[in-house]
Design a protein around this ligand. Structure first.
Ligand code: NDP
Length: 295
């Protein structure tokens, strides 16, 4: 058997297209153009690439990008002042602070200072709490993308045995909570889990968010299972050139029923979900119904 490859690139493009159509409708009906402010502190080349691609995606979906760059030496007070200004600006629907932040700035304090209704990353404690309680709110983009991908294979995740490997606040925990909202039976595994291979083998739906190249072996996968590989790991290829691999071994495709590729699986969904969250945030702030995107 060869797994069906879940084409995250195409699914993300379709989602962005729907977001653009809904953004046009919002503008026509209510004169609202959603805006996303991306805040970058310092000048890491990788972060600059991310920020540029986010701003490009915002413009392509008919929304307004606002880029803010602070120097590497910026103080916490300076960043908090900027956040306060963006919170108060009605043209800004969503605020994303690019992480990691330099050591003089407490990221928890900065995230807590965001207006929760503009927290398009879904990291604010109020949004994390809402998710934990199964209440509506802005949810983290990568986990949201994982659920959308899983639901392209299974119309309903109800009753499925889902195993999430990883328990970070950014990926593992919110994925597990979203799976609970979908009525899956959820196990969260981590570095202290005993007999991880056996735990993974129980999964109808396996989400790998470990950050270790090809860590999940093919023989850990239940035949026919759906595998969502969140990992983005840079390794040296055979030709010495860097190459990106996931957290799941490539030969898992011979065992799984459906599998997200790396690259081209979860990665593109993160930005598409960021666009959707910006649109959702713009509606939320005006007490308008959420956009009709079907997810
Ligand atoms: P973290 O490093 O924050 O978390 C990794 C998790 O994996 C931890 O919970 C850790 O357990 C667990 N883990 C580590 N080693 C083992 C092990 N030997 N056995 C079992 N569990 C283990 O990573 P993130 O959650 O931020 O990211 C995970 C991956 O997803 C990375 O490759 C990252 O690049 C990628 N990523 C991709 C995104 C995308 O857009 N596609 C977005 C965000 C992340 P413990 O808690 O016990 O230490």
């Amino acid at each position: 058997m060869t797994a069906r490859i879940i084409d995250g690139k195409a699914i993300a493009a379709e989602l962005r297209h729907k977001v653009a159509a809904e953004a046009t409708r919002l503008n026509a009906a209510h004169g609202v153009v959603p805006g996303l402010a991306v805040v970058l502190v310092g000048a890491s080349p990788a972060s600059e690439v991310y920020v540029r691609s986010k701003s490009k995606a915002v413009a392509e979906t008919g929304m307004r990008p606002f880029d803010h760059k602070l120097p590497e030496t910026a103080s916490e007070a300076e960043l908090l002042t900027l956040i306060g200004r963006l919170n108060a600006d009605p043209a800004v629907s969503g605020i994303l602070v690019q992480l990691p932040l330099p050591p003089q700035i407490d990221a928890h304090k900065v995230i807590a200072a965001l207006d929760p209704d503009k927290d398009v990353d879904g990291f604010h404690p109020l949004n994390a709490g809402r998710l934990a309680r199964g209440l509506p709110g802005l949810v983290p983009c990568t986990p949201f993308g994982c659920i959308i991908l899983a639901k392209t294979v299974h119309a309903s995740l109800a009753g499925m045995d889902a195993v999430v490997v990883g328990r970070s606040n950014i990926v593992g925990k919110p994925v597990a909570q979203l799976l609970l909202v979908e009525d899956a039976t959820v196990t969260i595994a981590h570095s202290k889990t005993r007999d991880l291979a056996a735990v993974c083998r129980r999964a109808d739906l396996l989400v790998a968010a470990v950050g270790r190249p090809e860590f999940v072996r093919a023989d850990w996968i239940k035949p026919g299972a759906t595998v969502i590989d969140v990992g983005i790991n840079r390794i040296a290829g055979k030709d010495g050139k860097p190459r990106i691999v996931g957290d799941v071994a490539a030969d898992a495709a011979a065992i799984a029923g459906a599998l997200t590729p790396v690259p081209g699986g979860v990665g593109p969904m993160t930005i598409a979900c960021l666009m959707l969250n910006t649109l959702r945030a713009a509606c939320l702030q005006r007490s308008l119904p959420p956009p009709d995107i079907g997810c």
